[in-house]
Design a protein around this ligand. Sequence first.
Ligand SMILES: [Ca+2]
Ligand SMILES: [Ca+2]
Ligand SMILES: [Ca+2]
Length: 200
Amino acid sequence: MKKYLLMPLLLLASALGATAAKADPIYADSLFDSEFVTAWGSGDVTGAPDGGGLFLGDFWDPPNNSGMIIVEFFGGFLDGDGDDIFVVDVFSLPNETANISVSNHIPDGDFFSLDGNGYSWTLIGEINAVDNSIDIDGLFSGPIFFVKIESTAELVSIDVDAVGAHHAVPQPSSALLLAFGLVGLGCGAGWPDTRRHRRP
Ligand SMILES: [Ca+2]
Ligand SMILES: [Ca+2]
Ligand SMILES: [Ca+2]
């Protein structure tokens, strides 16, 4: 096994994968839970923006109750350089405010303080419909799979079209698979062993 080949290839694959993940934002895969929300248009807050979604209130402005959604990112994302999470709103006003919290999983254990649904949440901060992205900035480490958005406005409700993240957890990329393929070839009979010639 040519281990001297493995590390440079893995580093290359990792660099390529990280670059690709940072270049393209990812969007929430699933609406996990919601409370006091109202649909407009598609009613869909997953995937890329489509001009429809959920506003976080149970009635047109002003709402009787402020709303909340929890969305899930199946592949997870990380606290990377700069802003990490953004909420796409429509008809954006700065007084449409919301708190952003994050969680990593649905635990069976008890190693975090959990809410009634078995979640632990870390409050990252408040956004608004205009200043709509936020930097985790070290408040949470490790992959994040769940984002909770809670309206903090009394007179208006943020209209959530989509929820995005900038730093997807790097997935096994084609470059990584290629690297493993090359290493695999290196183990085969057709790959010349140059070391043999240097060290007779
Ligand atoms: Ca960050
Ligand atoms: Ca809005
Ligand atoms: Ca949408």
